[in-house]
Design a protein around this ligand. Structure first.
Ligand SMILES: Cc1ncc(COP(=O)(O)O)c(C=O)c1O
Length: 350
């Protein structure tokens, strides 16, 4: 089944126009992300596990955290994975194939289990053992690729090109982004029809960022918000190709492949994101920026959150690491988007 744009061979986008979501009539609706029905390209979900509607909790006077690690598979990826599983269920493939640094694969495995679909998940060597265990527990076949994230994607694509396979790619398939956009619809609802000054998001392949951009564009386009919030994006200093391109004023990834070092933030360690152009455009469109965090800052932020009662995986603390000591006066929301039990405490001394 076709999984990339036949003209440019890159990721594709959906020609779908969301209708305005009526804030006043949301209260009586289903308590999951499916309550934003007007904004979603699919309806009547069969594979739902009640995903979405995660709590918003203040961390300081101006910064709140949205607890997306409280999703059914313990990461924000459920928002998009349920869309891909629903789409796959309608297409009825022989096999669903995906590749991931761990969490997207776990989420796709779980929703395929729910939908009764056969699933194979490709992950790079070095993926957190707990994520591997969770993928297997959901009944998916697990393929650990002896190579990096890029090699893993290539292996999955070769499998996805086989007849009867559906490539449930969170990077290439735009339905995923229409799922992650519900993160911002929830913020908008919870804040009474407004958004914070800054929406801070971690960026590897940019699926939360591009979902956020979709939602911001839709809400703004429908006159449901007065101004667009800044999209403030966070990468690990060790793997920061987009931050570099942004600072260089480039429209796309520049020159030779960016230098890559090991990082605790495995979920955002993406040297060559396929939607780089869109990501850079989205951040600039909102007057946003890129921040980078050191490994030391990630370790400190994870422990700091744990001491506040929030046990978050090492990738999921990157945004808090980026803003906790440097914020200006405006309001901001950071996602805590993966559970601490998935990676444990990353090298912090207790
Ligand atoms: C916990 C967590 N945060 C952030 C990300 C980054 O998501 P994306 O690569 O779509 O930008 C991931 C990706 O796996 C993740 O697992």
């Amino acid at each position: 089944m076709l999984w990339r744009c036949p003209r440019c061979q890159g990721p594709w986008d959906l020609d779908f126009h969301a209708a305005p979501v009526p804030l006043d009539s949301l209260a009586g609706r289903v308590n999951s992300l499916w309550r934003y029905a007007e904004a979603l390209p699919l309806s009547d979900p069969y594979a739902t596990l009640g995903e979405g509607r995660t709590p918003l909790v203040p961390l300081t006077d101006t910064i709140s955290a949205k607890l997306d690690f409280l999703m059914p598979t313990l990461s924000f990826k459920d928002r998009g994975a349920v869309q891909l599983a629903e789409l796959a269920r309608r297409l009825a493939p022989r096999l669903v194939v995906t590749d991931s640094s761990g969490n997207a694969g776990t989420a796709v495995a779980a929703y395929c289990a729910r939908a009764g679909l056969t699933c194979v998940v490709y992950v790079p060597q070095g993926t957190s053992p707990k994520k591997l265990e969770q993928i297997r527990a959901h009944g998916a076949e697990l393929v650990v690729v002896a190579g990096d994230r890029e090699a893993t994607a290539l292996a999955a694509r070769a499998a996805a090109d086989e007849p009867g396979a559906f490539y449930a790619s969170h990077v290439h398939n735009p339905y995923f982004l229409h799922g992650t956009k519900t993160y911002v619809y929830e913020l908008w609802e919870d804040l009474g029809g407004r958004l914070p000054d800054d929406i801070v998001v971690p960026v590897g392949n940019g699926t939360l960022l591009l979902g956020a951009w979709l939602a911001v564009s839709e809400l703004y386009g429908h006159g449901l918000i007065d101004a667009k919030p800044r999209l403030v994006t966070v990468q690990a200093e060790a793997v920061s190709p987009l931050a570099r391109a942004f600072r260089a004023g480039a429209d796309d990834l520049t020159g030779s492949p960016a230098a890559v070092a090991p990082t605790l933030a495995e979920g955002i360690a993406i040297p060559n994101p396929a939607r780089a152009r869109q990501i850079l455009r989205a951040v600039r469109d909102t007057g946003g920026t890129f921040l980078t965090v050191t490994e030391e800052a990630i370790r400190a932020a994870q422990l700091d959150l744990a001491r506040r009662g929030l046990f978050v995986e090492s990738t999921g603390v990157a945004c808090w690491a980026a803003v906790r000591e440097t914020r200006g006066p405006g309001t901001a929301v950071v996602p805590l988007c993966g559970a601490g039990a998935k990676t444990g405490l990353a090298g912090a001394r207790l």
